[in-house]
Design a protein around this ligand. Sequence first.
Ligand SMILES: CC(C)(COP(=O)(O)OP(=O)(O)OC[C@H]1O[C@@H](n2cnc3c(N)ncnc32)[C@H](O)[C@@H]1OP(=O)(O)O)[C@@H](O)C(=O)NCCC(=O)NCCS
Length: 201
Amino acid sequence: MLGANLRGLVLRDGDVTLRPLRVRDTAALDRELMLNRAWLRPWEATNPDGFVSFDTRANIRALMAYARTGAGIAFAIEVAGELVGQLNVSAITHGSLSSAQMGYWVAQRVAGRGVTPTAVALATDYCFARLHVHRMEICIRPENDASLRVVEKLGFRHEGFRERYIHINGAWRDHLCYAVTVEEVPQGLLARWRAGGSDTP
Ligand SMILES: CC(C)(COP(=O)(O)OP(=O)(O)OC[C@H]1O[C@@H](n2cnc3c(N)ncnc32)[C@H](O)[C@@H]1OP(=O)(O)O)[C@@H](O)C(=O)NCCC(=O)NCCS
């Protein structure tokens, strides 16, 4: 299945907005990646072959091309209209699996304000409602307490442990795997979180 038409897509809750990343975000994204280098590096996916591209424009173009195949969506996370992070939905499959994965970061200066859980909930609800994704998965290094709090707050289920699963910051790293399926959030993930709890079994 080819990509959904993402033109004009805007997901919003309060002052947090998600919209597809675009080439004209290059300067703002470059700036955030530079300012937050030390903040992001321990959790950044790296290439086991050694080559890491710092060409932000080329990286955005590659993400947009990936989105056109229907396999993913790269969202800019904005707070009050300012780009402060990124959320990537990837590995979108349809048919009998109908699953997707998610990764994210925000600038250090907005950390701790619930921006990421809001963004994760908005994107998950969109994928469930509009792309017919049935299961959303997030994998996190056991050392990443802040990210573990994000899935905990949203009531993602712990599914298991994957050894040496993703190449992060220069080495293969173990990950904890979390997921939610559409049946668990009939009212939507954002609504469940806002209502003050998870109704996971
Ligand atoms: C993980 C991350 C995306 C969480 O985003 P966020 O928008 O800050 O999420 P929340 O506001 O829900 O905060 C989550 C936890 O971060 C911690 N935290 C809060 N303020 C913080 C700060 N200024 N600095 C570091 N951690 C902080 C708290 O433990 C918080 O949990 P709490 O709300 O129960 O106190 C963000 O810390 C980040 O971008 N980190 C670097 C990249 C990364 O780890 N990406 C995820 C890879 S799986």
